[in-house]
Ligand binder design. Structure first.
Ligand SMILES: [Zn+2]
Length: 104
């Protein structure tokens, strides 16, 4: 690692508001990003748990076996939750007009 590389702790993205033209800086701190990933993992984990719970009760009702229903439901719930969390993390509001802007 070269000297001075430690300073690069933030990833800065710039986006121009299509409504009012304000340049908005989105500073992504690496620590914050790590926290978001952890939150996402927790969300996916809990969604998987809920899916497994629904799946197991559905499995009992439909097939008489909890295992047959557990896995597909858990996977679907985790997938939906992953999509929802990734969408919310890339959206920012314009401080001037309140327009929702999407970051890549
Ligand atoms: Zn704006």
């Amino acid at each position: 690692m070269k000297p001075g590389e430690k300073e690069k702790i933030a990833i800065i993205e710039e986006i121009k508001c299509p409504k009012c033209g304000t340049l908005i800086k989105n500073i992504k701190n690496k620590k914050a990003a790590k926290g978001r990933i952890l939150k996402k993992v927790l969300a996916i984990g809990s969604a998987g748990g809920i899916g497994a719970w629904i799946g197991s009760s559905a499995g009992i009702a439909m097939f008489g076996s909890a295992i047959s229903g557990t896995f597909p439901f858990a996977l679907v719930a985790a997938g939906v939750m992953a999509l929802a969390t990734s969408k919310s993390s890339s959206t920012i509001k314009c401080p001037k007009c309140g327009t929702k802007l999407k970051f890549k």
